[in-house]
Design a protein around this ligand. Structure first.
Ligand code: ADP
Ligand code: MG
Length: 185
């Protein structure tokens, strides 16, 4: 039930000397349950568009809406996974995944249950009490994905999430991501 509509979006970055037009006349519609990839050369505006949908940096003109509601900032309905996994280094894997739920003041039992399910789904069970520094890049990205899934955000945005991984791990992660998609929609 989360239809994303990008309507005639422009984004201009004002830099000293010149204006950089990062997005121009962008028109896009994504239906619930769809898995969509934005492809294009470096600098074509992929991150700018994702950041606009996430609400981190709004368009200069045009409008983005989710389920008919205009995006005016970040929200729990849109989770983001970055290329550089942003995990809390002082928290264990389980604590990292639980963080958003703690902020939402979910009950201990509910947090425990969700964290266990996600550790299972993302094949991280043996690492629940380890710290991010003890994990490989692929595992850290799995934690980053688990953290978004924990919040049950209907929309998951990912900006070159596997770009920093080796080819073999990247392929495994792509397969895993499709598994997660089939599982959670
Ligand atoms: P992609 O993710 O496809 O590689 P980006 O969305 O990062 O591309 O960038 C699109 C264009 O906007 C590029 O020309 C980039 O240099 C420019 N740009 C992105 N962010 C900024 C910024 N904060 N200030 C100025 N220019 C920017
Ligand atoms: Mg980018």
């Amino acid at each position: 039930m989360s239809q994303i509509i990008v309507n005639n979006v422009q984004k201009v970055f004002k830099t000293p000397g010149k204006d950089v037009v990062a997005l121009k006349d962008i028109q896009l519609e994504i239906q619930a349950g769809e898995f969509v990839c934005l492809l294009g050369p470096s600098g074509c505006g992929k991150s700018t568009l994702l950041n606009a949908v996430a609400g981190f940096a709004l368009p200069s003109s045009g409008e983005i809406s989710v389920e008919g509601k205009k995006i005016t900032g970040p929200g729990p309905d849109r989770g983001m996974v970055f290329q550089e996994y942003a995990l809390f280094p002082w928290m264990t894997i389980a604590q990292n995944i639980a963080f958003g739920l703690e902020v939402q003041k979910k009950s201990r039992g509910e947090i425990e249950q969700t964290v266990n399910q996600l550790l299972d789904l993302l094949h991280l069970k043996d690492f629940r009490d380890r710290f991010p520094k003890d994990l490989s890049g692929g595992m850290r990205q799995r934690v980053a994905i688990a953290r978004v899934l924990a919040l049950d955000s209907p929309i998951m945005l990912m900006d070159e999430p596997f770009g920093a991984l080796d080819a073999f791990t990247r392929e495994q992660m792509q397969t895993l991501l499709l598994e997660v998609w089939r599982h959670s929609g």
